[in-house]
Design a protein around this ligand. Structure first.
Ligand SMILES: NC(=O)c1ccc[n+]([C@@H]2O[C@H](COP(=O)([O-])OP(=O)(O)OC[C@H]3O[C@@H](n4cnc5c(N)ncnc54)[C@H](O)[C@@H]3O)[C@@H](O)[C@H]2O)c1
Length: 290
């Protein structure tokens, strides 16, 4: 299929492009900025999702859209974007994408939302809630096939503009995040689902990382003393974790991914064990980007 990625020059888009190529799709990146990498077989179109006239040309011949373009939490916390910016890109941008898609008969869209919709005390969260409403409205009123993905934070360690050291990224991930590769897998599974069947409702799917800890571990957290649950799985890494500022006593807040498993067969692979072994092997340089 010819698959258009709005905001495809960003982290998620760049992670998806090679996967789409390997799966035999033609990725089309629509972004206001050029991608750092454009592998053979991928197409780049410079343009904005806010360009109402342009969208009908950009979307010509497209089978499926992954709607990624959006300002996120970091653009709010660093004061880079204001309420108008969030409304323009995350709300109106979403409307423009769905409206142009439906008018051209494109009926398959993977909409990238966020778990932040559960904490509507930010401009970001509120704009994403409205984005989801638009996506659901088009699915129902225009019979579009839409999958809404709600990943936790997935900024990759290789985004040096945000995390200069691997341990800085690891400390952030430790508080609850999902690896960008797992998010990309869920997008690929969503595309596969949309290519196989018509949807009569809109799956809204939370994406979290993998965990070694069981339900029982989380229920009886550190019942045998501070750090005891951590030691059950990662005893050899206790000192390493402390030396890189990771708190072995911190109880993870695991999210319910049962719907993503049911709809997509989602199976996250990246867990705290991966972070610890990558820190042990590569230190603050982090692993090479695959
Ligand atoms: N990064 C996270 O931790 C995280 C977590 C949950 C959800 N999300 C969601 O993922 C999406 C962001 O993905 P990312 O992490 O790859 O972000 P990113 O910032 O790396 O990429 C976003 C891209 O959108 C492009 N863009 C901006 N304005 C545009 C416009 N008008 N038209 C077309 N493209 C435009 C930017 O140039 C950029 O390349 C957002 O929808 C966000 O809500 C992100």
């Amino acid at each position: 299929m010819k698959i258009l990625l709005t905001g495809g020059s960003g982290d998620l888009g760049q992670t998806l492009v090679p996967r789409l190529l390997v799966s035999g799709h033609v990725p089309v990146i629509l972004d206001i900025r050029e991608p750092t990498d454009l592998p053979g077989g991928a197409i780049f179109v410079q343009g904005s999702v806010l360009d109402r006239r342009g969208l009908s040309a950009f979307f010509l011949g497209i089978d499926c859209i992954v709607h990624i373009a959006g300002w996120h939490g970091i653009h709010e916390s660093n004061g880079e974007k204001n309420a108008h910016d969030f409304f323009d890109l995350n709300v109106r941008g979403t409307f423009e994408v769905f409206e142009a898609a439906t008018s051209l008969g494109i009926d398959k869209i993977v909409h990238i939302s966020t778990t932040s919709v559960h904490r509507p005390n930010t401009l970001y969260a509120r704009s994403k809630i409205l984005g989801e409403r638009i996506a659901e409205d088009y699915a129902i009123e225009k019979s579009m096939n839409v999958v809404i993905l709600r990943p936790r934070g997935f900024i990759p360690y290789w985004n040096k503009a945000v995390y200069t050291r691997f341990s800085e990224w690891a400390q952030w991930f430790w508080r609850g995040a999902v690896h960008i590769d797992d998010v990309a897998s869920a997008v690929m599974q969503s595309i596969d689902l949309l290519s196989r069947q018509q949807l009569d409702l809109v799956p809204v799917l939370t994406l979290d990382s993998a965990y070694e800890y069981t339900d029982d571990d989380l229920k009886n957290w550190d019942a045998n003393g501070a750090g005891s649950t951590f030691r059950k799985y990662y005893a050899d890494f206790y000192d390493l974790a402390i030396s890189y500022g990771l708190d072995p006593t911190a109880k993870p807040n695991r999210l319910d991914i049962v719907e993503a498993v049911r709809w997509l067969g989602y199976k996250p692979t990246y867990s705290l064990a991966n972070i610890l072994s990558e820190l042990a092997a590569h230190g603050d340089r982090g692993p090479p980007r695959t």
